[in-house]
Design a protein around this ligand. Structure first.
Ligand SMILES: [Zn+2]
Length: 264
């Protein structure tokens, strides 16, 4: 079920005023220097453990997703910057496109990147579970990281990709053989765009404080190509094809929202 028909089942897809993704436009956003104003005493803090052992990757039928077990989630903490509460990592996943010119959900001055990672966090101060937080105001913060094409394989991504062929079909799950250092999936330069928005897949709830890093991380075209070998059908249905060639939503109207660019 693609984005074109989402409005039939989820009216917020077209009626909502805070939908995501959006185009992040340098000329219209408010620029804040990271060492000035509100960001001085209380800058954005992303605290993750060095290793995430025994993670499981799964095919959701819309892409791959890595759930974070709560005992590891408890060691993560995102706070400060645009956030008034403390948030905890619950899962991360990726969006990509049929070729390298498309794939990211957010665009920057109209430009797409080849893919975009989403690290989904829930508000542990106001809610008792991710399910409670997900539909609610200030329920979630999602950190977005663009993937751009470079000459070298991304080694952390490679740990996930070694298992991607084992979750080719919808519903399949597999333990990741190596410890993943999730912090290596973030860029060194932590300048970011932030704005109030929504989940980019149904039910499209407008509960997300978005934080999208302006600097991409790098991987190879071959690595992105492996994502496209996944299928949105189950193994039983596999004879009819069903490759997951793309899984991104196009930018939505900004309406009267303010996008802030924090430069660091
Ligand atoms: Zn996403």
């Amino acid at each position: 079920m693609g984005p074109q028909i989402w409005p039939q089942k989820f009216p917020i897809a077209s009626a909502g005023k805070k939908q995501s993704p959006i185009d992040l436009n340098a000329t219209t956003c408010v620029v804040v220097k990271g060492d000035q104003g509100v960001h001085v005493e209380n800058g954005l803090k992303v605290e993750y453990p060095k290793q995430f052992p025994e993670l499981t990757v799964q095919n959701t039928g819309y892409g791959w997703k890595v759930d974070i077990p709560d005992d590891i989630g408890r060691q993560t903490r995102v706070s400060g910057g645009p956030l008034s509460h403390v948030y905890r990592l619950t899962q991360f996943h990726c969006h990509w496109g049929k070729d390298l010119n498309v794939g990211s959900e957010h665009t920057v001055n109209g430009k797409s990147y080849a893919a975009e990672l989403h690290f989904v966090h829930w508000n542990t101060e106001l809610f008792s579970s991710p399910a409670d937080a997900m539909p609610s105001n200030n329920g979630l913060t999602v950190l977005g990281v663009f993937l751009d094409i470079g000459n070298e394989r991304n080694e952390e991504l490679e740990k996930l990709l070694q298992n991607i062929c084992l979750v080719k079909y919808k519903g399949e799950k597999c333990k990741i053989a190596h410890n993943v250092d999730v912090t290596k999936l973030f860029p060194d330069n932590k300048s970011y765009y932030t704005y109030p928005g929504s989940l980019t897949t149904p039910p499209l709830w407008e509960s997300v404080t978005w934080i999208v890093y302006s600097t991409p991380i790098l991987c190879t075209a071959d690595q992105i190509a492996k994502f496209r070998d996944m299928c949105y059908v189950t193994r039983d249905q596999s004879l009819i094809g069903g490759e997951l060639l793309e899984n991104y939503r196009l930018p939505q109207p900004i309406n009267d929202r303010t996008v802030t660019f924090v430069t660091l």
